[in-house]
Design a protein around this ligand. Structure first.
Ligand code: NDP
Length: 595
C-alpha cells in the first residue's frame, strides 16, 4: 500500500533541498575561455568560399527536423533546399552525441524517421548512436539534401527583406544569401552547458563534455567501445541524467577508478533491448506501417481513448497503460479532472515505488542503493531506461559520490571536491546537459528580424506566440519546426517533425500553385490558437512542485516567459495530428494569408 501523504512530503523535501535562486545562471555558457569545450572533435572544419546566392528554402539545423522537412519538400517537388548546420554533417543531436552507449530511448521503429520511405529496418529495438547517425545520412543521401548544404556554419543573422520578399541570411562563414522560405529546426538541446563550479578553470587534468566525446583520450570509437586508454585512469563524471546513465556502464567497465558525482538520481527503469527479427519485420512492414506505429504510440498519450493494441510496448506506453487501467476503475459519474489527476498520481507513485525497489534489488550495497533512488514523480525529470547502469555500482572500481542534492562544491587542480573531500582524478567528464531555459535568441545565436524590423524577442515578449507552433505573425515564410504549441508530444519528437514536414510541404506547394510569394499567419488566427491552447490542462511534465531540472526551468517554472511553450493541443497529441491532417489537406489553410 502506497502512502501518498508520506511520498508527497518526501518529494517536497527533496525538491526544496535542490531549488536554487540562481536557476539557469548556475551554469556556464560555452563561450570565451570555455569555447574549446564545443570544438568539433569529429570532423575538421574545411575552408570554403562564402556563398552569395538565392535558394527557395533554407533550413537552419541538419538534425531530424531539417531532414524530415527536406524529405517532404523534395517529395512535393520543391528541390531547391539548403541545410545550414553547425556540425560537420547531418544528424543534429546524433552528430554531436557519440559518447559510449548513446542509444535512443524510444523504440527505433518509431524514433527513426522515414523508415518506410528509405526502406530501412533498424537492427535493434533501441538503436545505438552510430546506426542513427547512419540513418540520418541515408535520408540526406536519398533525398539529395547534401547538394546545397553548408556544414560547420552558424547563422548569425536572419532578416526579412520586404523589397525582395525573401529572408536574408548571414553566417559566421561570411555567407550572405537570400531564401524565399526559411525553416528553423535547431532543437531544444543543442547548446552544451557546464556547471558553474568555482575552480573549474584550475583543473590540470583532462576534461570534456559528453556531447564532444574525446575518443583520442579514452580510446575506442563509437562503433568499438573499447575504452582501453582508461585502464590506468581515474575518471570523474559529473551529472547523472539520461546521458550519464548511458555512459557510466562503459566508464565503469574500462576506467581504473570511476567516481560518479550525483546531485539528483535519475529514475532508471528496465530497458529490455534486443535485435529486430528480419522475418518478423518483413511480415509486419506492409504499406503505411510506420505511420500506423507512430499513431498507435501517440494514441497512448491522447485524451481520445487508448488503443487496445500496444505495438511499441515500452516504458512509455507502460506508463499510459497503467493509467488507463486505473481510470477504468473509476465510475463514470466520478470521472472529474481532479479524479483523473489523482489517478495519475496513484499510478505514478506505484511506478516510482517499483523503480526505487529496482535500485534496491540490483545494487548490493544498501547505502548506495538508497542514494540511487529517485524521489520525485516520474515525469519531473526525463525517465531513463537501462539494464547496466545500476549494476555498474556493484563494480569495486565504481564509486557513487552523492552530494545530497547540493552538487559538486568545487573543482581543484587535482580533481573534484564534495563536502570538503578532494577526489583526485585524471579526467573529468561533464554530463551536465544542455541549455534549455535560456532565451531562444541566445541558443540560436541570432534573433530573427521580421516585418517592420520587429525582432522575434520583441514578438515573443511574455512568451511564445504561434499558430500550430509553426507560424508566427509578422514573420512571413518562416516555419518553426518543434513540438511546442502543436502536438507537444515529448515522448517521440520525430513524429512531430515528420508531421511538420508534411504541413510545410503542403503550404509551399499551395503557395506555388496559387502563384503567391508570401504566406503569413493572421494575428486573429494566432490569438485564437493561443486561446484554444489555454483551455487545456497544461503540461504533465515538469511543474514547480517538481525537483529542479530543465523540465521546470530549474524549479522556477515557466510562468510568463515561455509558459505556454510547454502546452499542446488541449485534447492531446492525436487530436492535434488529426486536426492538422485535415487542416493541411482540405485546401483552406485557415488562418494563413497568402499574398
Ligand atoms: P541533464 O540536464 O538531464 O543532466 C545534467 C546532469 O548534471 C544532472 O544530473 C544534473 O543534476 C547534473 N549537474 C548539473 N550541475 C551539477 C553540479 N553542480 N553538481 C553535480 N551535478 C550537476 O543532461 P543530459 O545530457 O543527461 O540529458 C539531457 C537530455 O538529453 C535528456 O533529458 C534527454 O531529453 C536527452 N537525452 C536523450 C537520450 C535518448 O533519447 N537516448 C539520451 C541522453 C539524453 P540535477 O539533476 O540535480 O540538475
Amino acid at each position: 500500500m502506497v502512502d501518498t501523504a508520506a511520498i508527497r512530503a518526501r518529494y517536497a523535501a527533496e525538491r526544496d533541498k535542490r531549488v536554487r535562486p540562481d536557476g539557469n545562471n548556475q551554469y556556464i555558457e560555452l563561450s570565451g575561455k570555455f569555447d574549446h569545450y564545443k570544438t568539433d572533435p569529429y570532423i575538421p572544419v574545411a575552408p570554403r568560399a562564402p556563398v552569395n546566392d538565392h535558394v527557395t528554402f533554407a533550413f537552419v539545423g541538419g538534425g531530424f527536423a531539417g531532414l524530415c522537412v527536406g524529405a517532404k519538400l523534395k517529395e512535393a517537388g520543391i528541390t531547391d533546399y539548403r541545410i545550414i548546420e553547425k556540425g560537420g554533417d547531418v544528424g543534429g543531436t546524433w552528430y554531436w552525441n557519440r559518447y559510449p552507449g548513446a542509444q535512443c530511448d524510444t523504440a527505433s521503429l518509431i524514433y527513426l524517421p522515414l523508415l518506410e520511405e528509405t526502406n530501412y529496418r533498424p537492427t535493434e529495438k533501441y538503436a545505438h548512436a552510430p546506426e542513427i547517425l547512419e540513418h540520418s545520412k541515408r535520408i540526406a543521401n536519398q533525398f539529395n539534401l547534401y547538394d546545397k548544404a553548408l556544414f560547420h556554419t552558424e547563422v548569425t543573422g536572419l532578416e526579412w527583406d520586404e523589397s525582395v520578399k525573401a529572408w536574408r541570411i548571414t553566417t559566421n562563414r561570411g555567407d550572405n544569401f537570400t531564401a524565399q522560405y526559411v525553416g528553423l529546426g535547431t532543437g531544444p538541446l543543442h547548446v552544451a552547458k557546464l556547471p558553474g563550479l568555482p575552480g573549474i578553470e584550475d583543473f590540470k587534468g583532462h576534461s570534456f563534455h559528453t556531447s564532444r566525446w574525446d575518443y583520442d583520450y579514452t580510446g575506442g570509437k563509437p562503433e568499438d567501445l573499447t575504452l582501453s586508454k582508461l585502464a590506468d585512469k581515474r575518471v570523474a563524471i559529473i551529472g547523472t541524467g539520461a546521458t550519464a546513465v548511458q555512459v557510466v556502464p562503459h566508464l565503469s567497465k574500462y576506467a581504473k577508478e570511476l567516481f560518479v558525482f550525483q546531485r539528483t538520481p535519475s529514475s532508471v527503469d528496465t530497458r529490455n533491448n534486443g535485435p529486430i527479427d528480419p522475418d518478423w519485420f518483413n511480415d509486419m512492414a506492409g504499406p503505411g506501417w510506420q505511420m500506423r506505429w507512430l499513431e498507435n504510440f501517440a494514441a497512448h498519450f491522447s485524451g481520445l481513448g487508448i488503443p487496445d493494441e500496444d505495438l511499441v510496448n515500452d516504458g512509455w506506453t507502460d506508463i499510459a497503460k497503467r493509467l488507463r487501467t486505473r481510470m477504468a476503475d473509476i465510475p463514470m459519474e466520478e470521472l472529474t479532472p481532479q479524479r483523473m489527476l489523482d489517478a495519475f498520481e496513484e499510478t505514478d507513485n506505484e511506478k516510482m515505488s517499483e523503480i526505487r525497489a529496482r535500485a534496491e534489488a540490483v545494487v548490493r550495497d544498501h547505502d548506495t542503493a538508497e542514494k540511487l533512488q529517485a524521489w520525485y514523480r516520474q515525469l519531473c525529470k526525463r525517465p531513463t531506461f537501462h539494464d547496466a547502469y545500476l549494476q555498474s555500482f556493484n563494480n569495486p572500481n565504481t564509486h557513487l559520490i552523492d552530494t545530497d542534492g547540493k552538487g559538486v562544491e568545487r573543482i581543484s587542480e587535482k580533481g573534484v571536491v564534495v563536502a570538503g573531500h578532494e577526489y583526485e582524478v585524471d579526467c573529468i567528464v561533464y554530463a551536465s546537459g544542455f541549455e534549455v531555459g535560456t532565451s531562444y535568441q541566445r541558443r540560436s545565436g541570432f534573433d530573427a528580424v521580421g516585418r517592420d524590423g520587429v525582432t522575434l524577442a520583441e514578438a515573443w515578449t511574455g512568451g511564445m506566440k504561434s499558430l500550430h507552433g509553426v507560424h508566427v505573425h509578422g514573420f512571413p515564410n518562416l516555419f518553426f519546426v518543434q513540438p511546442g504549441q502543436g502536438a507537444n508530444f515529448i515522448a517521440n519528437i520525430p513524429h512531430n517533425l515528420i508531421d511538420a514536414g508534411k504541413t510545410i510541404a503542403a503550404i509551399v506547394s499551395h503557395a506555388r500553385a496559387e502563384d503567391k510569394a508570401v504566406v503569413d499567419v493572421t494575428r486573429e488566427a494566432q490569438d485564437a490558437w493561443l486561446a484554444l491552447l489555454s483551455t487545456g490542462m497544461g503540461s504533465l511534465i515538469g511543474g514547480t512542485e517538481c525537483t529542479p531540472g530543465y523540465y521546470n526551468n530549474e524549479g522556477h517554472g515557466w510562468e510568463g516567459e515561455g509558459g505556454i511553450v510547454m502546452q499542446g493541443h488541449p485534447a492531446g497529441a492525436m487530436a492535434y495530428f488529426n486536426y492538422i491532417e485535415d487542416w493541411r489537406t482540405n485546401g483552406n489553410f485557415a488562418g494563413l494569408a497568402f499574398a
